[in-house]
Write a protein that binds this ligand. Sequence first.
Ligand code: FNR
Length: 347
Amino acid sequence: ETATSSRKREHLQICCEQPVEAGDAGFQDVRLVHNALPECDMDAIETKTRFLGATLDSPLFIAAMTGGHPDTLEVNQRLARAAERYNLGMGVGSQRAALEKPELEGSFTIVREEAPHAFLCANLGIIQLRDHGIEWAERAVEMIDAQAIAIHVNSLQEAIQPEGDHNAEGCIEALRNLCREFSYPVIVKETGSGISAGTARVIRGAGASAIDIGGYGGTSWAKIERLRASGPELADLGDAFLSWGIPTVVSLHEVRTAGGPIIATGGLRSGIDIAKAVALGADLGGMALPLLKPAMESDDALSLAIEAMHRELRVAMFLTGSRSIADLRHARTYITGLTRQMIENSE
Ligand code: FNR
């Protein structure tokens, strides 16, 4: 068992057993404007949407979580079955462990076996991309026969985890090289601290096809690493950064200015949040933690969770008079409170 691999198992355990969320993504400050005369048939509402050339049955995206340790196989298997059953897009967790040690590929390859038709996203950290180049990106995509690759950025986590990489130099050039030479779409993804307008422009300028916000207000790596911290120094450091990051709603507002497809992830906790994210400019709404817990339990628990999200999304679409996701994109919102203040200060 490698260090990378055992960390994967530890993360799942912590996320299921302890409180790992921090802050506010801003969705409570957003209201969709109610339409008292929607003039549409709720049961005929179409939630299908397109993303990077694929047609998905709904904008709910199963965000990158796991793989890389034998104990994570079952969770990935259930998530993949759900992706296939509901025709949802799905990201796998970082494939680093399996790229370092091919014996660990099984917990990733199971995803394509269970979801032969789903839109799948490979996943690699930008540090690994910089250090190993395009070859690792190619192997990651091939491992699960993915349609796209997400390159995750997680400077906060790197800064506060004991085994973290503190040197982020050379990452933008590595990204530019990948986008130029790779034959699959590249998505740049944060993991809980959000992306600003300026960073979004750098990402788009490097040639990336899409951005996954990974905003603040949902699962917190400061909190997870704080719970894993072996000594008081890193624990205090984790504590100090518990409220660091750009809330998802604010980040969404910033990233839209750079153009291009967007996945909003970070603190989405209901189908209404997905509807809000789409109305605010996202193409897809990604969820990690809310799907992880039922996926650890059973296929049925996961199906129930997904169907509840879909019911909420459909009712929110009905009550905004949105017959399609294209209509929902034009739904009006009221934005209040801290979120409004931050948006007023954004680019
Ligand atoms: C994650 N996330 C993540 N992201 C990524 O790009 N690569 C990864 O390997 C992981 N691993 C991972 C493990 C676990 C257990 C969780 C809960 C999350 C981040 C995830 O995709 C998402 O961006 C954030 O969790 C925010 O969404 P939620 O959890 O607030 O819905």
